[in-house]
Design a protein around this ligand. Structure first.
Ligand code: C2E
Ligand code: MG
Ligand code: MG
Length: 370
């Protein structure tokens, strides 16, 4: 395809060298231009040329490329620095999505440095046991009793201070630490469930957030099963919360894993519903027993008729499909009343309680049992 591509690229007057660095990484060395506009145009053309579908073995194939640019001498005055900086810019381009390009900048360098520091601190946290689990109650709207709990990870780092999961989980996914963190979360929850059930809270259920990267592991359902067995926890005490993107990006393997989990008796909840593709296809295809309506809809149900209509439609649809429903992020009485009117079964949010540490729950749960 090389010649074909070179023809289509039409670099015009720019002198260029094309090299393969290894694997799926290529380098274009351009000379004779100082203009960022020209370089950007070349990057765009490269991306477009690569995106043209091609025939292989009688089948049409599509590929895409991400391009990072480093300019001599500002971004480096030797080969090593230029390649390293182009590489950093390429990773940043990849993050924007498929088929994008990005110029190297000091900010990019800072982002990458910050990430690698975060990665290193996460490794330390895993080794030293610095991650903690907090639990947030999910309330039965009719009885106002605790229906279940959601385990939410917390991390206070000696150097970085409190780091929110919204910040470090995506990085853990990117650098491949999410499986180690996820395994720790699973075993910690199973151990805690056992302890709670031993102290009399037999029917207590706990939901665990699971990343798409964990689901992609072919032994994920075995991992769940082993943890349940090890701690002698009934499988129906465990909910796994997945986001739509976790399910969507998955291949057939993910579907098989979800079906295995369902067979074991573990329940699956779809988290942040409404923020992703909200495709009805997934509700039909995947063994989902619960939908959690994203906080962004609940946030303005008091002020926006449109949000009310959306929430009400999601509830009606879930009912028709025999899927249970939880409203996330309920903060006010007014929201609670509106949700009750819509016959939303469960609610979770600061109105009831934020995520709190295990000891505080022990007091709450055990007090209720006496
Ligand atoms: P999520 O699973 O949708 O969790 C709900 C988030 O909303 C939590 O944030 C919770 O503290 C927050 N929240 C609950 N009620 C309210 C409310 O009334 N108002 C507002 N403003 N916020 C509320 P948190 O703990 O910061 O977690 C953020 C996200 O990080 C979670 O979203 C989840 O996707 C992810 N996460 C947390 N723990 C884990 C974990 O153990 N594993 C994985 N893979 N992801 C996790
Ligand atoms: Mg969740
Ligand atoms: Mg959520």
């Amino acid at each position: 395809r090389g010649k074909d591509l070179a023809g289509r690229l039409n670099f015009e007057t720019l002198e260029h060298n094309l090299a393969r660095l290894g694997g799926d990484e290529f380098t274009v060395l351009l000379s004779g231009t100082k203009s960022a506009i020209n370089i950007g145009k070349v990057a765009e053309r490269l991306i477009e040329a690569i995106e043209v579908p091609f025939d292989f073995d009688g089948k049409e194939h599509h590929i895409s490329a991400s391009v990072g640019v480093a300019v001599f001498p500002g971004d480096g005055n030797n080969t090593e620095d230029l390649i390293k900086h182009a590489d950093l810019a390429m990773y940043q381009a990849k993050k924007k999505g498929k088929g994008c390009f990005e110029f190297y900048s000091k900010e990019i360098s800072n982002i990458v440095l910050e990430r690698s520091h975060l990665e290193q601190r996460m490794r330390v946290a895993l080794e030293e046991g610095n991650f903690k689990l907090f639990y947030q109650p999910i309330i039965n709207s009719k009885t106002q009793e605790i229906a279940s709990l959601e385990a939410l990870i917390r991390w206070e780092d000696a150097e970085l201070g409190d780091v929110s999961p919204g910040h470090f989980i995506p990085v853990a996914e990117e650098v491949g630490l999410i499986n180690a963190i996820g395994s720790w979360v699973l075993q910690e929850v199973c151990q805690q469930l056992r302890a709670w059930q031993d102290s009399g809270a037999m029917g207590l259920k706990v939901a665990v957030n699971v990343s798409g990267k964990q689901l992609e592991k072919s032994d994920f359902s075995d991992q769940v099963l082993n943890n349940l067995k090890k701690h002698n926890v009934p499988p129906d005490s465990l909910y796994l919360e997945l986001t739509e993107s976790a399910v969507i990006h998955g291949e057939e393997g993910v579907l098989a894993t979800l079906r295995n989990l369902q067979k074991i008796g573990v329940k699956i909840a779809l988290d942040d519903f409404g923020t992703g593709y909200s495709s009805m296809k997934y509700l039909k295809q995947f063994p989902i027993t619960k939908l959690k309506i994203d906080r962004s809809f609940i946030m303005d149900i008091s002020s926006s008729k449109q949000s009310r209509e959306i929430v009400s439609a999601i509830i009606a649809m879930a009912k028709a499909l025999n899927i249970s429903i939880t409203a996330e992020g309920v903060e006010t009485k007014e929201q609670e009343e509106l949700l009750e009117k819509m016959a939303c079964e469960h609610a979770q949010g600061f109105l009831y309680s934020p995520a709190i540490r295990v000891n505080d729950f022990n007091n709450l749960i055990l007090a209720k049992l006496q």
